[in-house]
Every structure is written in C-alpha cells, then in structure tokens.
Design a protein around this ligand. Structure first.
Ligand code: ADP
Length: 543
C-alpha cells in the first residue's frame, strides 16, 4: 500500500472560493443525501486493484496532487445524475464522471482538472437491467463489472459468453466508452454495443438508436436507429454521462481451445504479422489474438525483476534467453496466444491451417498446453479467451518495487513492415530510458494495437520522470511515422489529440464546436481527450 500525505490541502476547483465551494457541497448533500457526498480531504491511499481509490490516480507520474478531486458524489439513479449536473452548472464546478474508475494505466479515477467533483456512478447504479438469452444481448448500468455480468449469466444458466478485457474488474460501460478490447470474437466492445442512455451536460436526458422510439424493443439489437449515429460522440469525449448501455453477447460456441506458438527471432515479427493478417480477416484466426514479447512471459510469473537481473537498464537478451530456457516454453522472442472455437472437428479444420501457416517461419514451435503447469500464464489467457474474467495479468506489477504502469498504445495496420517500425520506435526509447519492454500486439482484424505496458517504480521520482519523457517521445516518434494512439493516459491526452491534426486541426475544431454547443458552461470533464471547453481553452490548461 502506498500512502501520500497531502501537501496542498483540499483541492478547490479553480475559479471558486473555498467557502463558496464548501457551501455548494453542503447544498448538494442536502438534496442528494449526506452519505452520498464525500469531501476528498484525507491522505491519498493507493489501495490495490480490487480496492482502488476514487480520489486520485494511484499511478501518477507527475505531482500526485495535480489530478486530485475535491469530492466524490454517488448518484443513485438518473434523476440524481441530472440533479448533480444542474448543480455543477449553477456553481460552475467541473465534474468528472466515472463508472468504476479502474481505468488502470490511463488515469484510474482521476479527473484531468484538479478539484473536479467525481461523479462515481458505479457504486449505486450497478444493476444488470436485462439479459436476453434469445437475442444474446444485455442492458447494464455503469457499475456492472465484467465479473458481475459473467456471474449473473452463470447463475441464470444461460449459454452466453461475456467478452472480458485482460482485467475483469472494470465496468462494461467504462471500458466500452474508452474503446477497450477483449479476446473472444466479440473483442471490439464499442463495435458490440447497441444503444446508450445519456445525461447531457445541461441535464437533459437522451437515448440513442432505437431507444429514441418509444416502445421499441430493438434498442439492443439495432444500434443505428434513424438519422446520424450520435453514439460515437459519447465515447472518449466529455459530451455526456452515460447511464445505460446495451451490448451484444456471444452465444456459447460449443467448445474452445487456446493455442500457443513461439517464434525465435526479433525479425520473425515481420513474417508472422503478414501470415496473421489474411487468416484473421478470413476468420480462420477467430479471436483478438495476442503476440507478446518474451519479456512479459517471465514478468507475468509475478517474480521481481531483480530475481532475473540486478543490473540497470533493460534486461539484456542473453539474460532473458537463459531464463526462458528454464521455462516450459523455452528460448524465444515472440509468443502467440490464439483461440479456436466450436466443436472439435470445426476447430481442427481451422487449427490445421493455422499450424501449416505458422510453421512456415523457421524455428516456430507449437507448445503443447498439457505440458504447462497450472500456474502458467497460458491458463489465464485460455480463460479470458473463453469469456471468463480474470486478473492474473496484474502479476507483472511485482516486477519493480511499488509497481505502477502506463499504457502506450498506438494503432497500426496488421502489416509486418508497420509493426516492425513501431516496435523499433518503442524499443529505442525504452532502451534510452532503461525500461524493460513489455509489449503485446493485440490483433483486432485489419489493424492491431501495439500495447506497451511501461512498468515503473512509483516511489522513485527519477523513474517517474524517465517514464514521462519516454512516453512523450514515443508519442511524437510514432506520430511522425504516421501512427496514433487509440487511447492514452489523462496526462498525455492533449499531446495525443494534437497529433490528430489533419487539415489545420479540423477534427479538434469540430469537437470544440460540439463541446461549446452541448456544454456551454464547460462543466463536464474539461480537458478529457484533449477537448477543452471555451472557458478553459488557451488559458494554460493544455499540456
Ligand atoms: P472502469 O469502470 O472500467 O474502471 P472508468 O470508470 O475508469 O472505467 O472509465 C474510464 C473513463 O471513461 C473515465 O475516466 C471517464 O472519463 C469515462 N467514463 C466512464 N464511465 C462513464 C460514463 N458512464 N459516462 C461518461 N464517461 C464515462
């Protein structure tokens, strides 16, 4: 546990006096209930994944108090959310809505603007409103985690799967709004969602898609409705507070089998990705697969880095290989985890093709899962690819003392030369700052996300500084080469947004127009995803 004493006192939002703010908070607790409005004035306790803080970012790399909230409020229903929004407009107090606040590596529950009031939707608005076993759909509130949805489906005995991200404790809504992914064929969460209910920054209530037609029962089955599809503007934005979301779920395919291949050389990546692409697009490779760098293979064992290597700088390859040699998977540079679905004869047909193609790479090896001990990470991946939530992936946090992590997540076409270029950018910068490369390529379909988990010692100011510099340089290097992030930590959102600047920042100008029209007082999550309301714009908030 990590406890940070407060140096700067209660974080009052800019532009309002302390007593005026405290008076406004008191007013709100009269209407919302005293126990549902809590000042954030205690020392900041980092907790851990299952008891994560909703007061600040436990993985802060800059001044820990810069993104601290002033208070947390817990609405119990949609009218409560509307009431909080109207209150914020009256007092010009910035709000920051979260579902469960487990957005690990991207800012957790922290607001971008110091002193914002966190609207913690998940604590009380956590109902699974519907699971339809015939349509294979659900309708959930913000506090429904992947675990909770999974457990409810098990309890009901439905033959339906939930697609879960690496860590299953987060909310379905928060993850989907951030464009998060999972690992079954339904891995694209945003692509699988159907229908939103949104409280707008002025307090008005809206339903998208078929939800706009009173009495329609197609809200969760036809995402488009009629007219412009507005759902998109409520993801990775600050245009509304999502209070309900529908989602398509996968029927149980009648069997699944996770396979594991290793590849020897760094440059095999080039061949492998070009083999993966056509197989993935043709759905022979069916799920969101992972191509992992072997360093993560030893880190997910949960051991400390010092057990492998005492030197500074990234672990040298010879050292890595000598340790891998002692593991069941042996020496390698890349590890591929994929899953095939359906009854045995259906799987065999697809897996034979995959095997034939993968073995074209000299030195490729198929690892027999029955040779792996129950403690091997393979079993966690197999579980996740079969729609069962897990959080084994967190083990790599033990790598360094006080482990924190940040995600660097650029997108590339699923093409060998692109992937090799991105990998070299990340490797060069990691080497420069002495950071071990924890890299996974997550293959969507025609594109892949290169997810680098930058793991660092939160207790070391020098390491935090190094990590920040490394991140900023990777974002710039990637942009210069034509690659952009699909998602980023709060502190890099301005920088990443600036890289999407085609035609004189046309996209950001459009977003700002929307922001000013929908949120004239600029109270909702100012600065989120680089979108600043007029009241804040060009006044020194952007970093
Ligand atoms: P999780 O619930 O998976 O832990 P978070 O609650 O941290 O995810 O959500 C990630 C980010 O998405 C938040 O920081 C917030 O900006 C945004 N967000 C989450 N839920 C909502 C919501 N219901 N309405 C609007 N924005 C949201």
């Amino acid at each position: 546990d990590f406890l940070t004493p407060r140096k700067r006192g209660l974080a009052i939002p800019a532009g309002i006096g302390r007593s005026e703010f405290l008076k406004a908070i008191e007013d709100l607790s009269h209407t919302l209930g005293k126990e549902h409005v809590v000042l954030n004035d205690q020392p900041l306790e980092d907790g851990w994944y299952m008891e994560h803080p909703n007061t600040h970012d436990a993985f802060m790399i800059m001044d820990g108090e810069e993104t601290v909230s002033s208070a947390v409020v817990y609405p119990g229903n949609v009218p409560d959310v509307q009431l909080v929004v109207k209150w914020a407009n009256k007092h010009l107090i910035p709000l920051y809505p979260i579902s469960m606040g487990r957005n690990l590596g991207y800012g957790g529950a922290a607001p971008r603007v110091r002193g914002s009031v966190i609207v913690d939707l998940g604590k009380r608005m956590n109902k699974i409103l519907d699971i339809n076993p015939d349509d294979c759909t659900c309708l959930v509130e913000p506090g429904v985690s992947f675990y909770a949805l999974y457990e409810e489906i098990q309890k009901k005995g439905y033959k339906i799967w939930v697609d879960t991200p690496d860590l299953g404790g987060g909310s379905v809504i928060g993850n989907t709004l951030e464009h998060g992914v999972g690992y079954t064929p339904y891995g694209d969460h945003w692509g699988a969602h159907s229908g939103l209910e949104v409280v707008l920054p002025t307090g008005d209530l809206l339903r998208t898609g078929m939800g706009a037609l009173p009495g329609s029962d197609a809200w969760q089955t036809f995402p488009y409705g009629f007219g412009p599809i507005s759902d998109g503007i409520f993801s990775q934005s600050n245009f509304g507070i999502v209070t309900k979301m529908g989602m398509a779920l996968m029927p149980d395919p009648g069997g699944d089998e996770t396979f594991l291949y290793t590849f020897q050389n760094e440059n095999d990546l080039l061949l492998l990705v070009d083999i993966v692409r056509p197989l993935r697009i043709a759905n022979i490779l069916e799920n969101v697969a992972q191509i992992r760098h072997a360093t993560i293979e030893i880190a997910v064992s949960g051991k400390r880095r010092s057990e492998y290597y005492e030197g500074t700088g990234p672990i040298p390859n010879e050292v890595l290989q000598s340790h891998l040699e002692k593991t069941p998977i042996g020496k390698c540079t890349w590890v591929y985890y994929g899953t095939s679905y359906g009854p045995p004869h259906v799987r065999k047909y697809k897996m034979d093709i995959v095997h034939q193609e993968f073995m074209k790479i000299p030195g490729a090896k198929r690892i027999d899962p029955t040779s792996l001990p129950k403690s091997h990470y393979y079993w966690s991946r197999a579980k996740i690819a079969a729609g069962q939530p897990d959080f084994e992936e967190l083990s790599y946090m033990n790598w360094v003392p006080n482990g924190g992590h940040l995600g660097f997540s650029p997108v590339s076409p699923t093409r060998g030369p692109d992937v090799l270029k991105l990998w070299k950018i990340a490797k060069q910068r990691h080497d420069q700052y002495g950071i071990d490369l924890f890299m996974t390529f997550v293959v969507g379909m025609r594109e892949l996300h290169m997810i680098n988990l930058v793991v660092y010692d939160r207790g070391s100011p020098e390491r935090r500084k190094a990590v920040e510099k490394c991140m900023r340089l990777m974002i710039d290097d990637a942009a210069k080469a034509g690659y952009g992030e699909y998602r980023t930590h709060l502190l890099f959102q301005d920088q990443v947004a600036r890289t999407y600047n085609w035609n004189d920042n046309a996209l950001m100008k459009f977003n700002e127009k929307l922001k000013d029209a929908l949120d004239p007082n600029g109270i909702l999550a100012p600065g989120r995803c680089g979108i600043w309301p007029e009241r804040y714009r060009d006044r020194g908030w952007e970093i």
